[in-house]
Design a protein around this ligand. Structure first.
Ligand SMILES: C[S@@+](CC[C@H](N)C(=O)[O-])C[C@H]1O[C@@H](n2cnc3c(N)ncnc32)[C@H](O)[C@@H]1O
Length: 177
């Protein structure tokens, strides 16, 4: 919760400061995802929207309502006019979605902020359909790849992994078996 408060306070500067670097991360994971509805957990200010636009509907979840306000401004742009993008203020540790409800879940540079990493990751997996794909990246200095991998408590097949993505994130894409 403390981290979410910080994001609420820094929303305007976050978008300007991080949009280039975060866009690289979204571009890296997108080719491994499955077409169809997608949930972006920790969507922030919506920096990933241009990469995720072909997946529709997009549901962006974030605990920080001020970050979501920025994302809401972006989806007013013409290119999103015929796309369904919904924004939900909620925490990763208690996602307001049914079990096995979507083929794709992404969470980019968020998991290291979770109040409870095990619970949050379990939630990302809970909402994923069988054979659905999940892409997660984390700040490598806080949660490196080996620790991230060992946090997954489900039968999954590894599709891809990343180290020092855009110089700072480790990450992986896995498929639920
Ligand atoms: C580093 S930003 C990344 C935002 C976006 N994914 C991007 O790449 O630009 C982390 C985001 O995760 C959100 N966040 C942190 N912990 C969260 C949690 N437990 N549940 C939901 N959102 C969370 C923050 O409010 C913030 O918007």
């Amino acid at each position: 919760m403390h981290k979410i408060r910080l994001y609420n306070e820094s929303a305007p500067t976050y978008h300007l400061r991080y949009r280039q670097i975060q866009r690289i991360k979204y571009q890296a994971i997108t080719p491994f995802l499955i077409e169809g509805p997608i949930i972006d957990v920790g969507i922030g200010t919506g920096i990933g929207l241009p990469s995720l636009i072909k997946f529709s509907p997009i549901v962006g979840v974030d605990g920080a309502v001020e970050m979501l306000r920025f994302a809401a401004e972006q989806i007013k742009e013409e290119k999103y006019k015929h796309r369904i993008v919904s924004l939900v203020c909620a925490v990763a540790e208690a996602l307001p979605f049914r079990d096995h409800s979507v083929p794709t879940v992404v969470s980019i540079t968020v998991i290291q902020n979770f109040t409870d990493i095990n619970q949050g990751l379990a939630e990302l997996i809970r909402v994923l359909q069988k054979e659905g794909r999940c892409a997660i990246t984390s700040l490598s200095k806080t949660l490196p790849l080996d620790e991230l991998e060992s946090t997954i408590k489900a039968d999954v097949a590894l599709i891809s992994q990343f180290e020092k993505l855009a110089d700072e994130d480790d990450g992986l894409v896995f498929q639920l078996i």
